[in-house]
Design a protein around this ligand. Structure first.
Ligand code: HEM
Length: 179
């Protein structure tokens, strides 16, 4: 154990290994999914949403690990996990914008109670996804400037909002492409 500004941290490789396993597992399961279910090779239009959802889920896996590590007092693992989570989120954004610019948006065609449910999830997901961009950047900036008390104040909001965006991102993908 060593300390960073009096806060305990650890240097064992457990953190990065767990992050890599969680991230690799999520993307493998998701990317191999269409290979099992489709009889024809999936098109780019099918693969991009899958890649997108994998990236957002990997960001969520790292986020949850990062939360776990700070609860254990492992600042170094927390830092690595959160930076990895932010990188995956940035990749998600790049793939999302590429897909949107190339193929546009996909309409939800189901009717009945599923429709208002889907629209509620989609609206809250989109609004919070926009809101967390500055929150994540400010949380990272404060942490990297070692302003940990200020970091903690904003991180307490950033974490649940980010997690909500990740989980609802998965639900939206599921409802649009798997229902
Ligand atoms: C956007 C990325 C990040 C998020 C979402 C995040 C999230 C969090 C959360 C939820 C906490 C616990 C707050 C609480 O006590 O309830 C925390 C604490 C902490 N984070 Fe981060 N974190 C991020 C990046 C970083 C980075 C890059 C570092 C670099 C060292 C860092 C260092 C710390 C430290 C030292 C604490 C403990 C602060 C204290 O207890 O006074 N975090 N963070």
């Amino acid at each position: 154990m060593n300390t960073e500004r009096g806060i305990p941290s650890a240097r064992s490789p457990l953190g990065p290994i767990l992050v890599a396993v969680a991230a690799g597992g999520a993307i493998l399961i998701l990317l191999s999914w269409p290979l099992f279910s489709a009889s024809v090779a999936p098109s780019l239009e099918d693969v991009l949403p899958l890649l997108n959802t994998s990236l957002i889920l990997m960001s969520g896996a790292c986020l949850v690990l990062g939360r776990h590590f700070i609860a254990q007092g492992c600042v170094i693992h927390h830092k690595r996990s959160m930076i990895t989570a932010a990188v995956f989120a940035a990749l998600f954004l790049i793939v999302y914008v590429t897909r949107w610019a190339t193929f546009g948006t996909k309409a939800f065609t189901e009717q009945g109670w599923l429709r208002p449910f889907y629209l509620t999830i989609l609206t809250s997901h989109t609004l919070l996804a926009i809101a967390i961009v500055p929150l994540v950047l400010i949380a990272l900036r404060r942490a990297l400037k070692r302003e940990f008390l200020k970091h903690r104040r904003i991180a307490r909001w950033t974490f649940p909002f980010w997690l909500y965006v990740v989980l609802t991102g998965w639900v939206i993908y599921w409802m649009l492409y798997r229902l």
